[in-house]
Design a protein around this ligand. Structure first.
Ligand code: HEM
Length: 119
């Protein structure tokens, strides 16, 4: 039972990330613009990412060397994505490109954070 909450939070983090980054990737690469009706979905995903990310971070028992530095860099990229999603207006294709790039970098950093935590 003690595994249920961490597992649920890990699921929430990954599911919210899939919805947010997948939606923006589809908008940028296939449609060419982000439909405004995606915004409430994006806000929901951002809420899920924040709640589960904070839980993941606060429930860590120890931090390997350099963990905080890479985590800080990840948060800066996440703030970039959140700011673009909040301020987005139709036709801002360049900012969608920025989200796709920041999202890809966050995925690399997150994989590294997980790897250094398990090693
Ligand atoms: C768009 C923004 C974000 C993306 C794309 C993202 C993506 C990811 C991914 C793919 C993982 C690996 C999941 C796993 O293997 O369990 C992860 C782990 C994690 N994320 Fe995020 N995340 C984002 C934002 C955040 C935020 C805002 C926080 C903190 C408030 C956060 C905190 C964490 C923590 C603590 C981990 C665990 C890393 C470890 O294994 O030590 N993330 N994130």
């Amino acid at each position: 039972m003690s595994l249920a909450l961490p597992l649920a939070m890990r699921w929430l983090h990954i599911a919210s990330v899939v919805v947010l980054l997948g939606g923006v990737f589809y908008a940028r690469m296939v449609v060419g613009d982000l439909v405004m009706s995606f915004k409430p979905v994006a806000y929901g995903a951002m809420g899920g990412i924040l709640v589960s990310g904070l839980y993941n971070f606060l429930s860590k028992s120890s931090f390997p060397p350099h963990y905080q530095m890479w985590f800080g860099i990840k948060i800066l990229f996440a703030l970039h994505i959140f700011a673009v999603m909040i301020l987005y207006r139709e036709g801002k294709r360049r900012s969608l490109t920025g989200v796709v790039i920041s999202g890809a970098l966050i995925l690399c950093i997150s994989a590294y954070l997980r790897w250094m935590s398990l090693k």
